[in-house]
Design a protein around this ligand. Structure first.
Ligand SMILES: Nc1nc2c(ncn2[C@@H]2O[C@H](COP(=O)(O)OP(=O)(O)OP(=O)(O)O)[C@@H](O)[C@H]2O)c(=O)[nH]1
Ligand SMILES: [Mg+2]
Length: 238
């Protein structure tokens, strides 16, 4: 399975790539890691293919005299034109993606790269410690990735280790029964939240929203089970 790890800046993509790949190796799988972030200084793991061997944001800034934003856009256009190695002998290939999610998602790069792999899914990470009261925006963003990339997407709430057990229980309740915490909708925003969350349950069903910690490894077992379900749904049980 080719797993693309996406998410807003700082949501924990690189740490999840590092620790989830180690977990998969401990479970007996062969794993390869691809770093697609040309702007990162230290990824914290050993990549089997690293985009920085071809170009970095710093290189592009110097070469073309661009600022950081211009260089990121140029880097995404270069990414879109690349043929990446496919590591077909590995059970899982995990792709770390750029910290700047928007140019990856909304320009050609993300779609072109991802659509060239058949057996694939996306992990869409959110930093639970930052968005605990803004879950709806997170789900809508994950849905945007799913819609744009036309790829099975798992919405994953990361950094669970930073929350108390009571907060975690509230989050689980909110995911299971979004309306239950709001009571009778008193504003248009409440009503919109409830209706949107209900509609979103079709794409991110409550049983399919893992709460994980990329730091401690909590929730990795559930992630692996979901990967297995996706494989089964594709008809490939090898
Ligand atoms: N406590 C805790 N910290 C985490 C977790 N996941 C990531 N972090 C921390 O959050 C920060 C950002 O993590 P990264 O893995 O670099 O996140 P990223 O999404 O790759 O960041 P960019 O590539 O810059 O967008 C780092 O300080 C990590 O150590 C987690 O599950 N728990
Ligand atoms: Mg990163």
């Amino acid at each position: 399975m080719n797993i693309f790890v996406l998410g807003p800046a700082g949501s924990g993509k690189s740490l999840l790539v590092k620790n989830f790949s180690s977990y998969l190796v401990r479970e007996g799988y062969t794993v390869r890691i691809v770093n697609l972030d040309p702007g990162v200084l230290d990824i914290g793991y050993k990549a089997d293919f690293d985009i920085r061997s071809m170009f970095t944001i710093d290189d592009i800034m110097r070469e073309l005299g661009l600022g950081p934003n211009g260089a990121i856009l140029e880097a995404m256009d270069r990414l879109a034109k690349l043929n990446l190695p496919c590591f077909s002998g590995a059970d899982h290939v995990i792709f770390d993606t750029p910290g700047q999610l928007e140019p990856f998602l909304f320009r050609d790069a993300g779609r072109k790269i991802i659509e060239s792999f058949r057996d694939r899914c996306c992990f869409f990470l959110g930093d639970l410690s930052a968005l605990r009261w803004n879950l709806l925006s997170f789900f809508l963003y994950a849905l945007t990735a799913y819609y744009t990339l036309e790829t099975e997407t798992i919405a994953i709430l990361n950094k669970i280790d930073l929350l108390s057990s009571e907060e975690i229980e509230n989050i689980r309740m909110m995911i299971r029964r979004p309306a239950s915490l709001l009571g009778k909708p008193s504003s248009l925003r409440d009503e919109m939240s409830i209706r949107l969350l209900r509609a979103l349950r079709r794409f991110f069903p409550p049983k399919r929203v893992p709460l994980v910690s990329a730091k401690t490894g909590e929730g990795f077992e559930e992630l692996l089970t979901i990967l297995y379900e996706i494989k089964c749904a594709c008809g490939d049980l090898t």
